[in-house]
Ligand binder design. Structure first.
Ligand SMILES: Nc1nc2c(ncn2[C@@H]2O[C@H](COP(=O)(O)OP(=O)(O)OP(=O)(O)O)[C@@H](O)[C@H]2O)c(=O)[nH]1
Ligand SMILES: [Mg+2]
Length: 295
């Protein structure tokens, strides 16, 4: 009786289901990381420990959520792409968003001491998150291109900026003043000007590490069951093609004696990390079989 009196409040909850047949992108971003990275002595402009910790947290998330096919990370942000047919939490927005950002944050904190053994966490880092739905693969590819182009632009700026600051030998200037000077020097400069400035200091931007220039891409691998399914599908497709061509007896023979797909050890949760160029690069998606995996 007492319980039923209160039950009506449940109806105030408004769960929202994400539109079917769309790619779900979850983007997580560090809150106030300009302050957080300063407070924890991160190297400027890129701290390998910080980048590896972000990648470790992302990997942990991708191991927990097997419908995430791609992760893309740079600076203090990570995007995760779920396949179009994903059914994680029945596509409930609040569950997906809150659980993923919570998992990422706790993995970041849980693994902190592995990457920063000499630096205590001064206060708990926080991440925000949003969900964006993309209806077409082209939209999704443009989204990832946009994030990687952002990484490139920011890294080009930051690399030049810190080179100017670190090479400013004016002893009367404080670090703050040197930074203000570098900002001033870079105002209105184009990409080619920044390359020239770097060149003056003997730095060739193209030799900077790929992980800095392009960020990190985590790509899910096929598991054994999927691989075998793929191989069968491919075999079927090929034999259909052959039928159409009215192949010769010899060709038929070749197909029927073709080796059975190899049984590969189950690597259900395996993910690889690459630092490739994906801006407008169809071949990136083809090389990693992403058109199939993202279906
Ligand atoms: N030194 C250093 N700083 C980093 C590194 N990666 C990220 N950051 C800092 O993190 C910031 C990320 O940018 P934003 O997300 O726009 O800034 P934010 O302070 O986190 O602000 P909000 O996201 O709006 O809360 C950069 O501007 C840097 O200050 C790194 O490897 N080294
Ligand atoms: Mg941030």
């Amino acid at each position: 009786m007492a319980c039923s009196k209160f039950q009506y409040v449940k109806h105030f909850e408004q769960p929202h289901d994400l539109l079917k047949n769309t790619f779900i992108v979850v983007r997580i971003d560090g809150k106030g990381f300009s302050k957080f990275t300063n407070a924890h002595g991160f190297e400027k402009p890129n701290d390998d420990r910080g980048i590896e910790l972000m990648n470790c947290a992302a990997l942990s998330l991708m191991k927990a959520f097997t419908e995430i096919i791609i992760g893309y990370g740079q600076s203090d942000e990570y995007s995760f792409v779920l396949k179009k047919s994903a059914t994680t939490y029945s596509r409930r927005e609040d569950k997906i968003l809150s659980t993923m950002v919570s998992h990422f944050t706790s993995a970041y904190i849980f693994n902190w001491c592995k990457f920063f053994p000499d630096q205590e966490l001064e206060y708990p880092p926080t991440f925000d998150a949003r969900i964006i739905l993309y209806p077409t693969i082209e939209n999704l590819m443009d989204y990832l291109s946009w994030r990687q182009a952002d990484c490139h632009v920011n890294n080009l700026y930051n690399t030049t900026f810190w080179l100017l600051v670190h090479n400013n030998s004016d002893e009367d200037k404080t670090s703050q003043e040197k930074q203000a000077q570098a900002h001033e020097d870079l105002k209105g400069t184009f990409s080619k000007d920044k390359h020239e400035i770097m060149h003056k200091f003997g730095v060739n931007y193209n030799n900077e590490k790929d992980i800095y220039r392009r960020g990190s891409i985590l790509v899910r691998q096929w598991n054994a069951t999927q691989l075998n399914k793929q191989a069968k599908k491919e075999k079927k497709r090929k034999s259909k093609e052959e039928e159409k061509k009215e192949e010769t007896k010899e060709e038929k023979q070749d197909i029927t004696t073709k080796k059975k797909p190899e049984i590969i050890q189950d690597k259900e949760k395996s993910v690889i990390i690459v630092h490739e160029d994906l801006v407008d690069k169809m071949e990136f998606y083809e090389r990693h079989d992403l058109f199939e995996k993202l279906k």
